[in-house]
Design a protein around this ligand. Sequence first.
Ligand code: PDD
Length: 285
Amino acid sequence: MPRIAYVDGAYLPHAQAAVHIEDRGFQFADGVYEVIAVRGGRLIDEALHLARLARSLGELRIAPPLGEAALKIVLRETIRRNGVARGSLYVQVTRGTAPRDHAFPLVAEPTLVVTARRARPADPRLAEEGVAVVTIADIRWRRCDIKSVSLLPNVLGKQEARETGAFEAWQVDAAGRVTEGTSSNAWIVTADGAVVTHPADHAILNGVTRLALIDLIRREGCQLDERAFTVADAKAAREAFLTSTTADVLPVVRIDGSPVGNGHPGLLTQKLRAAYLAHVAAGDA
Ligand code: PDD
């Protein structure tokens, strides 16, 4: 089945889908995006993703390209036309096309691009054995709560992880606190069993997986502390893990080469991963 992309009202063959060279997303990274998991042809946690998209747009004063009902139709149609049962959907909205000028254009229609991609299940060894992370300086701006396409520090950080054989890079602020990964949220489990993750302030993206997991943690009756933790806290933790739409819940077993706990995926992490996968299997709860 040939890939089809939606661009501003038209469904086009993927290879021919394009935006204008003066699109502000291209020139200024003046846009936002969402990545939504597709399972059984259905969007997982769609409402949370659409709420975050609306929030990101609102914070940047970009007009929504479509009303919510119309947008939902486009998302479903893109999944259908690409025959995606399992994979992900990518949605990007930019401020639109206008002659290059940093300030907002007086007239510009937002650009909407939607693509869907099939994905095989992740290598089961990632969850069975856990993954390594490296720590890097968090050099990003102070509005990481906005899911902006301006991802250069994240790109450089992920590349550093790749080159050092790690799965992810955990970003560390000037005070030595872990904010989040380059495309995932960061978590630890302390010696007394509390689950800790950075609060959803301007320093991190409030992950949809993070939100869904917080709900499950509360339902499981586990202790949750939304507070910043340091690299030293993480290295001394009993367990560590990361979350994202594409990685689900993955155990972190090494930080900068030091083992976390006994160096194997933690029991609570495994329990939370199972709870999260059950939530995904149940569809858009
Ligand atoms: N990234 N933090 C950052 C910086 C992210 O880019 C992401 C997601 C997350 C996790 O958010 P969620 O649980 O909603 O996926 C946290 C997506 C997957 C990406 O850029 O591909």
